[in-house]
Write a protein that binds this ligand. Structure first.
Ligand SMILES: C[S@@+](CC[C@H](N)C(=O)[O-])C[C@H]1O[C@@H](n2cnc3c(N)ncnc32)[C@H](O)[C@@H]1O
Length: 350
């Protein structure tokens, strides 16, 4: 957690140049890495049922007592744990957010980003120097089932939070409509559209591992007969044609403009004339977004996209130009009320 500071000390670091703000960042980076270690070693789960001494905690987590004590003391310093006498306990914030079964648990997010930062950001300078990614992010992810599950869980939860408003913003896709969800993995958005429109049929195209959660969710929703999950590469698979609506949700930021132009051409080819494409994206520059958590996240996320995929967060006007070039008209953007960063962009195939 951010290093706890008295207000006057925080002011010196953050609002003035009396102390190097980078020192705080350095500590925050250590705090983040320490929390990821606590998570990976099962420290927070072991303390879920109550406080423990170091020796009991070491026994529960199968760790070395000396190393664990140092880790636990660091976690106390960063407010992830508390210590009373010889016993350690989860802080209230840890108990609320860092247990797997907590409602809306933050564990998938911390776990996924912990892996990205520790495994992929070691050579951040290389992509900036060479002008392209150092890894094939989705191939890397498909080889890590646990990280892939965290990634899809994180996005599925977000879909649960955003889908209702998204469905209300997209014009109805026709009484016997067909929807294509490219890179729709966990299936959350296609399920929401199919629940809203009882005649709608959906096709989700994604990589095989990414569809695992989608399969379970579609069955649980009782929609096996209306949603087809099709393993395939969205850049090369035969998409067929005649769809009323194509979803490209959190997809375009993974590509550079040249790849994106090709992808949007394919989407135009898959839609019937008058059909719509819907993009869900954190946009790069948004006048109404004040500096703060969302703004900082989008900037760092965009850098991560460039480093791991050669993509970036686009501006609405970039997307509007690319959509026009692919034969789309009437682009519009909506900032979702439940998010400071996510926008829905809609356009109609001529
Ligand atoms: C950022 S996730 C977005 C998931 C979902 N659309 C959402 O918004 O929650 C990107 C998705 O695209 C899929 N994907 C990436 N590259 C792909 C490719 N070449 N072919 C098919 N799916 C791909 C990933 O597996 C992943 O499920």
């Amino acid at each position: 957690m951010p290093v706890p500071l008295p207000p006057e000390e925080a002011r010196q670091f953050i609002d003035t140049d009396q102390a190097p703000a980078a020192h705080l960042d350095m500590l925050n980076a250590l705090s983040f890495r320490t929390a990821v270690a606590g998570l990976r070693l099962g420290v927070f789960e072991a303390l879920a049922t109550g406080p423990l001494s170091v020796s009991a905690l070491a026994e529960r987590t199968g760790t070395d007592p000396t190393g664990l004590r140092l880790l636990a003391d660091a976690l106390v310093g960063f407010n992830y744990l508390t210590r009373t006498g010889a016993e350690y306990a989860n802080s209230a914030n840890t108990a609320r957010w860092l247990l797997r079964d907590a409602p809306g648990s933050f564990v998938p997010v911390l776990s996924f980003w912990g892996t990205v930062v520790t495994e992929l950001w070691g050579d951040l300078e290389t992509s900036v120097r060479q002008g392209g990614p150092t890894v094939d992010f989705y191939a890397w992810l498909e080889k890590r089932p646990d990280t892939l599950a965290d990634f899809q869980t994180m996005l599925r939860r977000l879909s649960g939070w955003l889908a209702e408003e998204i469905v209300s913003l997209v014009p109805a896709p026709g009484s016997e409509g067909r929807l294509l969800d490219l890179g729709g993995g966990h299936g959350g958005y296609t399920i929401a559209f199919c629940n809203a429109y009882p005649q709608l049929r959906g096709t989700v195209v994604d990589l095989p591992g990414a569809l695992a959660q989608g399969e379970a969710a579609v069955t649980e929703a009782g929609l096996d007969d209306r949603i087809e999950l099709r393993p395939g590469d969205l850049l090369t698979a035969d998409l067929e044609t005649g769809y009323d609506l194509v979803l490209l949700f959190n997809i375009v930021h993974g590509y550079d403009e040249r790849q994106l132009a090709g992808l949007l051409d394919r989407v135009a080819g898959a839609l019937r004339p008058g059909g719509r494409v819907a993009l869900l994206e954190p946009l790069a520059e948004v006048p109404q977004r004040p500096p703060g958590v969302a703004d900082s996240f989008v900037r760092a996320f965009s850098l991560n996209l460039f480093h791991t995929q050669g993509g970036r967060a686009y501006r609405f006007e970039d997307l509007a130009k690319l959509l026009a070039a692919a034969g789309f008209t009437d682009p519009e953007q909506h900032l979702l009320t439940r998010s400071d960063a996510d926008h829905l962009v809609l356009a109609t195939r001529v």
